[in-house]
Design a protein around this ligand. Structure first.
Ligand code: AMP
Length: 283
């Protein structure tokens, strides 16, 4: 039987557990999550285990990164299964604060990221999002004080925002990115995939297929705008309403006109029914 991780729900118990883990200068890696864990999260845990002696996973569905009309209330919560998965991976500690611990009465500070957070991608459709992410990640970093923090490239703009923020604020954490884990048919794993009906689930891999198609044309030297327009049509024909499909400089997220401005990353966000999916690939 795998040993269950320690579980901390209050700041004093986190501090005790954290100091115990850090004894004899053991390095600590943090994997921040909102729970509903899938193989994408587990890949981050495995990467964390390779990088550091001790692994802490946070599970916190962060209200400040959801807008009022978004899915905070219905976000999937699968605590028992999550803990079983983390036990099987040998995770040392789970940090699972409640909302009042993270945002006590009178809480009135917000970290306001710029740069990659204002690139005109997710921020255009979820203006509240990166402020909420930056605030909660800053708190997680100062609470857990990890040496490393693992973030998935699935949320590519978020990965860039957190990397920049950790540097800008001298948070003393090395942010490490991990490649996207996909289902066999190419759909990027996401806690939100459980919202998809069987028909929507069948249509969903079109996002990845359409991006691969655009990447192939762009690599072959075809016009970027035309390649993206053709792939956008593919996505819309599969039943999606597109928020964006864009080619961006992979590091700065600045718009690009051709491969010469690269390295290039394609990023997409689209809704099918009421479920919003995001994905991205390297060109
Ligand atoms: P979430 O629980 O959705 O907030 O995600 C927690 C972390 O897992 C974030 O760093 C995500 O980018 C990462 N993640 C989510 N899905 C995937 C995936 N399919 N592949 C790699 N990382 C992922």
């Amino acid at each position: 039987m795998a040993r269950s991780p320690g579980i901390a729900r209050t700041l004093p118990s986190l501090r005790r557990a954290r100091d115990e883990l850090a004894r004899r200068n053991a390095t600590i890696a943090l994997v921040p999550t909102m729970g509903a864990l899938h193989d994408g999260h587990i890949a981050l845990v495995r990467l964390a285990k390779r990088r550091a002696k001790k692994v802490v996973v946070s599970i916190f569905v962060n209200p400040t990164q959801f807008a009022a009309h978004e899915d905070l209330g219905s976000y999937p919560r699968t605590w028992k299964q999550d803990i079983a998965k983390l036990a099987a991976e040998g995770v040392d500690l789970v940090w699972n604060p409640d909302v009042a611990t993270m945002y006590p009465d009178g809480f009135s500070t917000r970290v306001a990221p710029a740069g990659p957070a204002t690139a005109g991608l997710e921020d255009r459709f979820r203006p509240h999002f990166f402020g909420g992410v930056a605030t909660v990640v800053t708190k997680l970093f100062t609470q857990v004080r990890p040496d490393f923090a693992m973030f998935g490239e699935k949320d590519y703009q978020q990965f860039k925002v957190v990397t920049r923020m950790a540097r800008d604020l001298d948070l003393g954490v090395k942010v490490v990115g991990a490649p996207i884990v996909r289902e066999r048919d190419g759909l990027a794993m996401s806690s939100r995939n459980v919202y998809l009906s069987p028909d929507q689930r069948r249509a969903a891999p079109t996002l990845f297929r359409a991006m691969k198609e655009a990447a192939k044309h762009i690599r072959a030297g075809d016009d970027v705008k035309t390649a993206l327009a053709d792939s956008a049509t593919m996505i819309e024909n599969a039943g999606f309403v597109l928020d964006y499909l864009e080619a961006r400089q992979a590091e700065t997220l600045a718009p690009i006109a051709s491969l010469k401005d690269g390295p290039v990353r394609l990023l997409v966000a689209a809704k099918i029914g009421t479920t919003r999916l995001i994905d991205n690939i390297k060109v």
